[in-house]
Ligand binder design. Sequence first.
Ligand code: UDP
Length: 422
Amino acid sequence: MNLATEQRIALISVHGDPAIEIGKEEAGGQNVYVRHVGEALAELGWQVDMFTRKVSVEQEDIVWHSPNCRTIRLKAGDVDFVPRDNIFGHLPEFVENFLKFQEDNGIIYSLIHTNYWLSSWVGMQLRQKQGSCIVHTYHSLGAVKYNTVKTVPLIASTRLGVEKQILETAQRIVATSPQEEEHMRTLVSTKGSIDVIPCGTDIQRFGRVDRKTARNELGINPQTKLVMYVGRFDRRKGIETLVRAVGQSKLLGSENFKLIICGGSRAGHSDGEERDRIEKIVAELGMTQMTEFPGRVSQKDLPSYYAAADVCVVPSHYEPFGLVAIEAMASYTPVVASDVGGLQFTVVSEETGLLAAPQNVSDFADAIDRILVDAQWREQLGQAARKRVENKFSWEGVAMQLSELYKNLLHKSVEQPMVANS
Ligand code: UDP
C-alpha cells in the first residue's frame, strides 16, 4: 500500500450532509460530527473525502472545506429530500455511484468510517467488494430508540438486523460514551470490537463571548433569568417537557423570566408539525410573551445564545451523545439534562449542571429553579462545565484518537490482508 492511498480515507454519512446548514429538518449532531471530524483529520494530514446523498439539484456535487477535505454528493434515488426511514431502498444505487466515483478518480479507499446504520450497510457492501477496513459510529441505536417511541416504523426490523451485523463484523465500532457501549453490549450483541471515543466541540468558538457581551448583542437585560433550548424539533428531543417545566417554575409570572427555543424550520418542512405543536402548548400555558422562537441559529451566532443563558436544558427522551450539552458547557453555561445515554457522561450532576428524570416535568422544574435562584452556584457550575469540556471534548483531541485508531487498523490490514468477498 503506498502512502497516498493509505492516507486517503472516506467518511460516509448517507443522510447527514456535512456541508449543509445545521439545525433544520433532520440536520443535527451527525452532520456536525462528520464535518468537524473530517476537517480535524485533514489538519492531521489525512486526505478526507466525505460522502453523502444529494438532496437537491441546486447542490454542488463537490464542496471543498479545505485543501485536504471535501464533501462529495452522490445520487441515490430522486434528487430530493427523503426522510431517513425511507432511504434504505436507495442504498444499492449509493454503493454503485461510490464505486463509480472511485473508478473515475483512480481511488480505492482502504479505510471507511461510516455514520448511522444506513451508511453501515453501504460500508458492509464495500467491505465485501473491495476489502475496505470499516469503522462505524452509530449516532443512534434502534434498540434504544424504539423503546422510547410509541409507534415503530416499518424499517425497524431491517435496521435492528443491520445494526447487529455491523457490530459483529466491523473492524472497529466507535461508541461516543461508555453508556452507548453498554447499550450495544446489552441490547445488540456481545460480539465485535468497540472503542469509546467521544464527540467533540469547538472550544475556541464556544466560550469566546462573555455573558455580558452576549446579552448586549441579543438585547437581553442583565437581570433576566434566561432558560435556553437548542436543537431540532423532534418529539424525542422532549421540548414539551421543558415548556411544561418552565410553566411550573416558581419564577413564572415574574417580569424578568425568559425562555428561548432555538432551532427548526418554518411550516412546510418535516419538522414544522412539532414546532406548531410546541407553539400551541406555549400558548395554552400562557407563556407566549416570555417565549421566543428565533428559528435555526447559525453555528456562528450560537456562542452568544449559549453564553447569554443562565441554564441550557437538554430534555431528550433518549440521547446517544448530545452535542448541545457540551456546546453549552464550553460556553460556561450549566446544563439541566435528562438522565439518559451520553448525557450521563457529559453532564456531571451537581458539578456541571443537573440531571433530571426523562419526561418528568416536576423534576425538570425543580432542577431549573435550583440553578436560577442561586447566581453564585450557577457561576461555579458554569466554570466546572467549561473545564470538563476543555479536558475531555475538543475536536482536536477526538480527531487524534480517531487518527491513532485508523493507523492501527490500516497497519493491521497490511499485515493480514483481507480477501475480498470473504
Ligand atoms: N444546531 C444549530 N442551530 C440550531 C439548532 C441546532 O447549529 O438552531 C446544532 C447544534 O449546535 C448541535 C447540533 O445542531 O451541534 C445538534 O446536535 P445534537 O447532538 O445535540 O442533537 P441531534 O440533532 O444529533 O439529535
